[in-house]
Ligand binder design. Structure first.
Ligand code: C2E
Ligand code: CA
Ligand code: CA
Ligand code: CA
Length: 279
């Protein structure tokens, strides 16, 4: 019995050990991945709440790992954000999004914008406005076709520095979206002066809309707020028709979620747009 017990623990230890080893190896592997071109940008359609047409796309990073397959950002983005790796990832994503968007605009005239996630580190480095200007110019993309998503917590934590950067970005002509809205406890006073154009309601609220919970009143308050501030309102994580019609009733402009499509590889995204237009 004793040896069997030891065996079980040994297996458990091995699994833990393997996970720990992977974590230790991750920074090096990720650095190599960036250099070897193993990163991919996938694109999730955002559709108009009015007619379901694809109006924009969010670029989401993936890691095509040689042994472990396609890895989702939850497993590595936080780690990347602790180092300069996030700068390389951010740079890759911005470039990929602008270059794809330039090509897609010709093929899909209804497609207005592509959005790219920006981390605190990128925004606060001060280099983003120049990087954005250069990337847009390199691909000949109209600034109005680019949106940058920043999280609410980023703006709260960093105060004035972030605001300055956002103002400069807006002067270039790109739009700014406040991501994961409702999760970061921003004060109304802070919101009032933020240089933003778009508000994205977090999936957590959309998920609980049908329940007897605070999700509905909070979502309604967010919608009212967005309307009063003249912001474009996007709901993420829309998974069923009930949520879509509730959100439409609240005045949401755009939907993003599995009800319409998962994030897609670029070629698939282009086919999705073509199919949506044809039907
Ligand atoms: P996010 O910015 O909130 O992105 C939305 C996430 O929700 C994506 O997860 C997307 O695949 C997922 N999602 C979309 N629709 C649905 C739905 O209907 N149901 C459910 N359950 N999920 C849905 P993903 O791609 O795993 O990305 C996770 C997070 O990683 C992102 O959350 C974002 O914070 C971060 N991230 C992704 N790409 C980048 C990037 O290029 N740069 C930075 N800094 N962060 C990124
Ligand atoms: Ca986002
Ligand atoms: Ca989000
Ligand atoms: Ca989120």
């Amino acid at each position: 019995a004793k040896s069997a017990g030891r065996g079980r623990f040994a297996v458990f230890d091995d699994a833990l050990e393997a996970a720990a080893q992977r974590r230790l190896r991750l920074p090096g592997e990720l650095r190599r991945a960036v250099e070897n071109g193993e990163l991919r940008a996938h694109y999730q359609p955002r559709v108009s709440a009015l007619d379901g047409r694809v109006t924009s796309a969010e670029a989401l990073v993936r890691w095509q790992h040689p042994e472990r397959g396609l890895l989702m950002p939850d497993g590595f983005i936080e780690l990347a954000e602790e180092s300069d790796l996030i700068d390389a990832i951010g740079c890759f994503m911005l470039d990929d999004a602008c270059s794809r968007m330039k090509a897609w605009q010709r093929r899909h005239p209804g497609l207005l914008r592509v959005s790219v996630n920006v981390s605190a580190r990128q925004l606060l480095s001060g280099a983003l406005p120049t990087q954005v200007r250069d990337t847009l110019a390199r691909h000949g993309l109209d600034p109005a076709a680019l949106e940058l998503e920043v999280t609410e917590s980023l703006l709260i934590d960093s105060g004035g520095d972030a605001r300055e950067q956002l103002e400069e970005l807006r002067r270039i002509g790109v739009s700014i979206a406040l991501d994961d809205f409702g999760t970061g406890y921003s004060s109304m006073a802070m919101l009032r002066n933020l240089p933003i154009d778009v508000m994205k309601i977090d999936r957590a609220f959309v998920k609980d809309l049908h329940r007897e919970s605070s999700a509905l009143p909070i979502t309604r308050a967010i919608a009212t707020l967005a309307q009063a501030m003249g912001l474009h309102l996007v709901a993420e994580g829309v998974e069923n028709e009930t949520q879509a019609s509730q959100l439409r009733g609240l005045g949401c402009h755009e939907f993003q979620g599995y009800l319409y499509s998962r994030p897609l590889a670029p070629a698939e995204f282009s086919r999705f747009c073509a199919a949506a237009t044809a039907s």
